[in-house]
Ligand binder design. Sequence first.
Ligand SMILES: Nc1ncnc2c1ncn2[C@@H]1O[C@H](COP(=O)(O)OP(=O)(O)OP(=O)(O)O)[C@@H](O)[C@H]1O
Length: 359
Amino acid sequence: MPSKAIAPFNGKPATAVMVDLASGQQALAGSPITPAFFLHCHRPALSDDPPLPVPWHGIVGEDSKIKAIFQQIRHAAPYDYPVHLSGATGTGKELAARAIHDLSGRKSGPFVPVNCGAIPEELVESELFGHMKGAFSDAHRQRKGCFERAHRGTLFLDEVADLSLYNQVRLLRVLQRGVFERVGGERSLRVDVRVISATNRPLKQEMADGTFREDLFYRLNVVPIHMPPLNARRGDITLLARYFLDRAARRYGRYPVRLTRPALSLLQGHDWPGNVRELQNAVHFGFVRAGGPIIDAGHLPPTVRQRAKKVRFRRLDPTSVSHALACCGGNKSRAARYLGVGRATLYRFLRLHQPFLGG
Ligand SMILES: Nc1ncnc2c1ncn2[C@@H]1O[C@H](COP(=O)(O)OP(=O)(O)OP(=O)(O)O)[C@@H](O)[C@H]1O
C-alpha cells in the first residue's frame, strides 16, 4: 500500500468510528484509528492503483478504439478541410475538436465553440454572422459573429443538425463562397476559418427525412470521425473513473480518494447511455456523497446501482442458479452471495423460474 493512503492522518491517530466495509469490524468509538487499522480495513477492498497516464490533449483512453481516434485526429489536424464528428452525447466530440485545433497550424488562433441547438432560432443568424447596429430591435450596437471571432482559428459548430433549413442554407453559402454579410450589413466579409462540426443525431436519417440538407452534409463531412460510445471501449471505464476522481481530489484538496472494488465493479457493469459525461457525473456524485477518502458502491448514484442490479438479474440463468444452490447446500443466502446478487434478487428469480429448476 503506498504511503499516500495514510496521508489523511498525517501520521497522527484520528479519532472517529471506523468500520471495515467487508468484515464489519469496528474500531472502538473514540479510540484512536491507527494507520495500521486503516490499512487493515481498506487494503483488501480497494482497487489497485497503477499510475494514471497523462491525458492526450485532454483525452483519456487506452482502448484500441480511442487510440485509433487519436490517430485520425493527428491525420486530420494539419489540413484546413472541414471535419465532422459524429457520435452519441458525451463521447468527447468537443474534446476531439479542441485536440484537432491544438494540433493544427491554427493553435495560436482562437477556438470558437458554438452550440447551434442552444441559440433561439431568431438569433442564430446574428450569432453566426454578426449584425449591424439597428439591424433588429435589440441590436443596440454592431456585433461580430462567431465566424469573425474565429478568424485565423477554428469554428466548432456543435449540434449542427439543430440548425433550421433556413440557417443551413445561410451556412452552406458561406462555406461555398467563403464570404458573408453581417445581418443588416451590405459589406461582404471574408474570414480565414476552419470549420469543425458535430452532432449526435443520425445525419443520414435526417437527410432521408428532409430535415438536413444533403449538400451541406457533403460540405461538412470532408473528414468524418466517429467517436465510439463508452460501451464499446469498456476497458477505459476504470481509467476514466480514476482520472475524474483524481482531478476532483486535486481541485478540492481532498487527497487521496479511492474507489473500492465493489464501487469499481458497479461502474464496470453499468451500460453508460450518457457515455463519458455520465461516468464523470457518477464519479463526482460519489466524491460528494462519500465526503471522505473511500468511495464505495453505496456512494454511487441510484441509477448506476439500479441498472447494475437489473444487469445482474438478467445475467442469472437456471443453470448457474442450480449450480450455486448445489454448491451452497441449498442455502439461498449463501447461493445469492456466491452469485453476487442480493437475496431478494435470487428469491425473485426463483419465483419466476422454480418450475424449470424442479424445486
Ligand atoms: N476520453 C475522455 N477523457 C476525458 N474526459 C472526457 C473524455 N470524453 C469525454 N470527456 C468529458 O466528458 C464530458 C463530455 O464530453 P464532450 O462535451 O466532449 O462530449 P460531446 O460528445 O461533445 O457531448 P454532446 O454531444 O452532448 O455535446 C466533458 O466534460 C469531457 O471533458
